[in-house]
Design a protein around this ligand. Structure first.
Ligand SMILES: [Zn+2]
Length: 498
């Protein structure tokens, strides 16, 4: 009964949001701005905050330990905010906090200690800080399929806080400093890599499941969430694999150079490389597990649990008789499916922006192209695709080669692997030509042809293709017709120099 009452509460939230939210991405996209008052828990002076936390510490730590624990934690949290990668007063964080409201409906005391922020650090994950602050990286969001999966990830993180896992972790590491675990460098390194111990992670998974069970969310989403997380290891996006031609969305994007391979050849080549790598990995794994078995007897420190281990544990739990799954009235979306889809696209747009700012042009181009499948008239995406195409051309194809891309992404049967393979096999001249053909096709869109930013980057791509005359015409066009343009002064200077 309680649950039903709560669903009505949430329905209240849903009704506030208009329908057809994603429609607003059709023409363009305005990135999220950092606006409004900075949240109080960040503004609070670190020292005062730390002192109050030390005084509230109830015998879990000695006074010295408490001082160290809270000082480091508050300092690090503040530093994280100062990097500008933590959103505040934004709709993604609001969406996530609504979910926590629901999950902790019956635990107001705990709820008051948890605060979720959407963040733009690059690793697709979520993390819980020692004081109950949860960071949810926007790069994780697009991997998840529904709101219940998001809820499960949050429930897992809440459990880390509730069960004081970071305290346990801290105590273990101070014992290590005292020499108890100082066996050698490898173990040190292991500790560095280890976030929470294996048993802490599995406990967070199972207790997270319990939390979900008490909510209106469908608990089967727990398995779904882990399956979704598994995708992170193999590709940067969960979109269906696309043929490259379909990806570029330009008919006859064809390069005449002799060293270009066909799509079919490329696929075959990648398949071969993939097999080779799988074999090598298999060998490495055997070596590694042999070493680890003899070294670390304590299973708790053996390794961070693999996603497969976590999946198996959840599956087992879900099928146990006392779990009794009654999914009547259970939901995958509490704030509406439309709202979820809107949030997922919003995070995709923000990810694209982040990749561009971090010079990750291959990711930026690929993800922009994917999103353009859905929003072909979006000028933000078109601009992002053209700009990253330009910089890849500018730096030469080695730029793609040297980008920080996991091997598993690079040599994969998914379209990102194919895309990278294609860019790498193409000569630098070919890449420039591709950028040229792509941007030329985009200029056929009436709205794009009138967009000063798109005109500017079309001109830049022409320039790099040694079509200076045509480029100058476009620069002149901006100088004559777009005095409000961000590029106006730049273009004026450029034209005067010549
Ligand atoms: Zn965890």
């Amino acid at each position: 009964m309680k649950t039903n009452y709560h669903i009505y509460l949430l329905l209240g939230i849903i009704l506030i949001f208009p329908l057809g939210l994603s429609a607003q991405f059709e023409g363009s996209y305005m990135p999220i701005k950092f606006e409004g008052p900075i949240p109080e828990d960040i503004l609070q002076r670190t020292e005062a905050k730390t002192l109050s936390e030390i005084s509230q510490n109830e015998g879990d730590l000695s006074e010295n330990e408490a001082r160290e624990f809270f000082t480091i934690s508050n300092y690090a949290l503040r530093q994280a905010f100062l990097t500008g990668n933590v959103f505040f007063n934004d709709e993604i964080s609001e969406y996530l906090n609504n979910i926590v409201d629901h999950l902790l409906f019956q635990e107001p005391e705990l709820r008051s200690q948890i605060k979720v922020y959407a963040t733009r650090f690059s690793t697709p994950n979520a993390a819980c800080w020692r004081n109950g602050t949860i960071f949810f990286n926007i790069s994780l969001f697009p991997y998840l399929d529904n709101e219940a999966e998001v809820a499960y990830v949050l429930a897992h993180e809440i459990t880390h806080f509730k069960k004081k896992h970071s305290l346990q972790q801290f105590k273990r590491s101070s014992r290590r400093q005292a020499g108890l675990f100082a066996k050698g460098q490898e173990l040190d390194r292991l500790f560095e890599e280890l976030k929470f111990s294996r048993s802490n992670e599995l406990e967070a998974d199972l207790a997270g499941l319990e939390l979900l069970k008490g909510s209106a969310f469908d608990i089967r989403a727990a398995e779904g969430a882990l399956l979704s997380l598994r995708e992170i290891d193999v590709r940067p996006s969960k979109e269906p694999t696309l043929d490259l031609r379909a990806l570029f969305g330009v008919e006859n994007l064809k390069i005449d150079s002799a060293d270009i391979v066909t799509y079919e050849e490329l696929e075959e080549e990648l398949e071969e490389e993939l097999k080779k790598r799988d074999k090598e990995k298999e060998g490495e794994k055997k070596e590694k597990s042999k070493k680890e078995d003899s070294k670390y007897k304590d299973e708790d420190f053996a390794t961070h649990p693999s996603i497969e281990d976590r999946l198996n544990a959840i599956k087992e739990e879900l099928s146990s008789p006392d779990m009794k799954i009654d999914t009547t009235g259970k939901l995958l979306f509490l704030q509406g499916e439309d709202r979820f889809r809107y949030m997922r696209d919003l995070t995709r747009f923000e990810n694209i922006k982040k990749y561009y700012e971090n010079y990750r042009y291959a990711h930026c181009l690929y993800l922009s192209l994917l999103m353009l499948k859905k929003y072909p008239d979006n000028s933000f995406l078109t601009l992002m695709a053209m700009k990253s195409f330009y910089w890849i051309s500018y730096h030469g194809k080695h730029y793609v080669k040297n980008d920080i891309i996991p091997d598993a992404y690079r040599y994969s049967k998914y379209s990102f692997g194919l895309f990278l393979g294609y860019m790498e096999k193409s000569s630098s001249l070919d890449v420039r030509k591709m950028a040229n053909q792509y941007s030329k096709a985009k200029m056929e869109n009436e709205a794009f042809a009138k967009n000063d930013k798109i005109i500017f980057w079309r001109a830049k791509i022409l320039e790099i293709n040694r079509e200076e005359e045509e480029a100058e015409e476009l620069f002149q066009k901006i100088a004559d017709q777009y005095p409000q343009s961000d590029y106006y002064l730049h273009v004026k200077n450029l034209l005067e120099k010549e």
